[in-house]
Write a protein that binds this ligand. Structure first.
Ligand code: NDP
Length: 677
């Protein structure tokens, strides 16, 4: 049987004469191919990633890398039928395959749009605003992110051969860090197909993605301070890798996502006949059967009020009885096979430990009726529902990584919070209730043990993404037993691949380094009004000063009447006098901002297309009648939008009174046309 090729150092390589580890079709048991990386020079692979892939990626801007992700998502979408076809051989139904394949493509798309929307078109990614560090304003600091100059090594689990690599790849690539993909043995043939499509697309720079079709060999010995490792799999392998001497000596960034005993909690209000009761039962059955329960987020512990335990068991049994196990391509099959016979044996072993303390209330771990396939050769297993007391240690310790869940009755809110914590840290949990007080107590009580919590009720059920679906915008990971790591989480996952550095210096130095105007750095009042300049011609620091303009009592009364804002502080002298902040009538804050606009705007049609908002508006000193306002508007940050005829300009706006005291401070956000568009 042929050995799968690895894609390293810009080419596909197949080891000569290696026997390799076999991979089997989960449905038929037939051997699909073998895995071996013998003879691959791992130091050279890592070096190639850093030197060739890393340099090429870092030359691109965030927006360009986001465009690559978008294009890659499009390419994979076009070819997804090819991935579904191979995915069926992992035991996946069409629905399971979509979860894996479309889910992975979805992650690429989300990161593509986050990159375009939230990250700068050029220059470093700034973390927060400048931090003032001195009275005179000559010494400030700015936190900024730069991409790590190493490789992101991903070690994947067998259960999501497409989503797993893509959810790790997307944030790394957007950050500008190249990836080495290592798939898990049982389903590596599907990840190989994914990588083939990525390579054939020709979209990514050489070295941006490399693929090891087999063991990592001595790769970890060659990792450096700038590299990262993201692991998904068992807690024991996580422990082994985390304590690798090179990883600890060189403080290589390591994140793990391991097995976890996720729980779902039914609220006491959710009695039979309520929408929440039905939602709970349906969700539990879904989590048991999607991917044949081989989901790191699947519900292993179903906590239900003691009074409802019988009803829940009965309702779940009824639904499980309708599950048709078999060849995913056969008519009517609703649950496929486990990833392989070894995995099935592992689940059966775990079930033996569980059944010492739990009663089997549905399914036979040793036997199952199979549609369209040979029950002995394929890795089929019946869904198994157990029922146990919360005192059973095994329920909180043993994970059967298959279509297995245990119903555990609880007596009080305090008890269920305590039971949830006995899982020692989980990826995901859910609370199904319509009672906000119960939801609040359970969420705040169990949150320290969870990476993600879903509160499900009749109001969000229709649009809910469900207990088991990690979302790219949200943190995926969990404390303790769940690995202690975090993946995705929107831009948090990008930041994980970058170094955050606090840069201290003078305002002018920080402005030059960051490309963003900083308070205290040079302002240039240009002859031409900055609103007459196209995006390419504007510079950070370009400034217009407007005013002074007197604010009269008549202005305030007119504004009050015109807008309907007749708040007492502007119109009622006696009430305003009693106000601890004002002591007398004052101008509306919105009047100040409106006058400021009147002072800085250049009215004629020009490159400024729109004002799309203000950020961080603060009113600092009340404006009394007959005071005079002066506005200084300074171009702060200029962000061209890729593939658009305009960009965003953030302006620093500062309004002062006649005494020079700051009255209002804010950022004005505009869209400005490109000259050459
Ligand atoms: P493993 O921890 O054995 O394997 C996970 C990955 O680690 C595989 O790619 C494996 O590669 C690799 N690996 C193992 N040892 C090393 C090593 N010394 N150096 C580098 N890489 C290594 O987990 P399994 O896949 O066997 O799954 C076991 C259990 O893990 C499941 O039963 C389940 O409890 C849990 N799990 C959790 C998941 C999650 O998402 N949190 C997902 C899947 C499983 P190789 O295949 O080549 O050995």
């Amino acid at each position: 049987m042929s050995v799968l090729s690895s894609h390293v150092r810009g080419e596909w390589v197949t080891p000569d004469g290696a026997e390799g580890r076999p991979m089997a079709d989960a449905v038929t048991g037939e051997e699909i191919g073998r895995l071996a990386t013998d003879g691959i020079d791992m130091a050279a692979v890592a070096g190639y990633g850093r030197r060739v892939g890393g340099s090429a990626l870092r030359e691109l801007s965030f927006h360009e890398r986001a465009s690559l992700l978008k294009a890659l998502a499009g390419h994979l979408r076009e070819h997804r039928e090819e991935l579904y076809a191979v995915s069926a051989r992992t035991g996946a139904t069409k629905g399971d395959s979509k979860f894996d394949v479309d889910g992975g493509i979805g992650v690429l798309q989300v990161y593509a749009s986050l990159g375009k929307r939230e990250l700068p078109a050029s220059g470093p990614w700034l973390d927060g605003d400048v931090v003032p560090l001195s009275k005179g304003g000559t010494f400030l600091a700015q936190h900024l992110y730069t991409p790590l100059q190493g490789v992101a090594v991903q070690v994947n689990a067998y259960n999501f051969p497409v989503w797993g690599p893509l959810e790790k790849l997307a944030p790394a690539l957007l950050a500008g860090v190249p990836t080495i993909i290592k798939p898990a043995t049982p389903t590596a043939f599907l990840t190989a197909e994914l990588v083939r499509l990525i390579v054939e697309s020709g979209l990514l720079p050489d070295g941006a993605v490399q693929f090891l079709a087999g063991s990592t060999g001595d790769l970890f010995d060659h990792l450096t301070e700038q590299d990262l490792v993201s692991f998904t799999g068992s807690a024991s392998t996580a422990r082994q890798l985390r304590t690798h001497p090179v990883l600890s000596a060189r403080a290589v960034r390591f994140t793990a996502e391991a097995d976890s005993l996720n729980c779902s909690i039914l609220g006491p209000d959710a009695t039979p006949g309520t929408p929440e009761f039905d939602l709970y039962v349906t969700q539990l059955v879904t989590e048991m059967t999607v991917k044949a329960g081989q989901k790191c987020t699947a519900i292993r512990r179903a906590f239900v009020p003691a009074a409802q335990a019988d009803a829940v068991v009965e309702a779940v049994r009824e639904k499980l009885a309708k599950v048709v196990v078999g060849d995913p391509s056969a008519e009517g099959v609703t649950m496929g096979a486990l990833a392989g016979l070894e995995q099935r044996e592992e689940v059966r072993r775990s079930l033996k430990s569980l059944t010492d303390a739990a009663e089997v209330v549905f399914g036979d771990p040793e036997q199952v009726e199979v549609t369209g396939a040979d029950a002995q050769r394929g890795a089929f297993l019946s869904p198994v529902l157990l029922r146990a007391s919360g005192d059973s240690a095994a329920v909180h310790e043993v994970e059967a990584f298959g279509p297995v869940s245990t119903v555990v009755p609880y007596a009080s809110t305090a008890e269920v919070v305590e039971l949830a914590a006995r899982g020692q840290g989980s990826l995901a949990g859910s609370v199904v209730t319509a009672d906000p007080e119960f939801a609040r107590e359970v969420v705040l009580g169990t949150a320290p043990w969870h990476g993600r919590l879903l509160v499900l009720d009749r109001d969000d059920a229709k649009e809910s993404t469900g207990h088991g679906s990690p979302m790219p915008q949200l943190v995926h990971g969990g404390p303790g037993r769940a690995g202690g790591g975090e993946e995705m989480g929107g831009l948090r996952g990008v930041a994980h691949h970058m170094q955050r550095t606090a840069v201290q210096g003078s305002p002018d130095m920080l402005a030059a380094i960051t490309g963003r105007w900083v308070p205290g750095s040079v302002r240039t009042v240009t002859d031409e009004h900055p609103f007459r300049k196209h995006l390419e011609d504007l510079r950070p620091g370009d400034t217009v000063v407007g005013g002074p303009r007197r604010v009269t009592e008549a202005d305030v009364e007119h504004f009050a009447e015109f807008t309907g804002d007749t708040f007492y502080a502007h119109l009622d002298a006696e009430a305003a006098a009693a106000n601890p902040f004002f002591g007398e009538r004052v101008a509306h804050g919105y009047l100040v901002v409106s006058f400021a606009a009147g002072l800085f705007v250049d009215p004629a049609p020009g490159p400024v297309l729109a004002n799309f908002g203000v950020d961080n508006l603060r009113f600092l000193t009340p404006v009394k009648f007959d005071d005079e306002l002066t506005i200084t508007l300074t171009a702060k940050q200029i962000s061209p939008r890729a593939s658009a005829a305009y960009g965003e300009v953030r302006w620093d706006a500062e309004v002062v009174n006649a005494a020079g005291e700051p009255v209002a401070k804010y950022d004005v956000l505009t869209l400005v046309a490109k000259r050459d568009a």
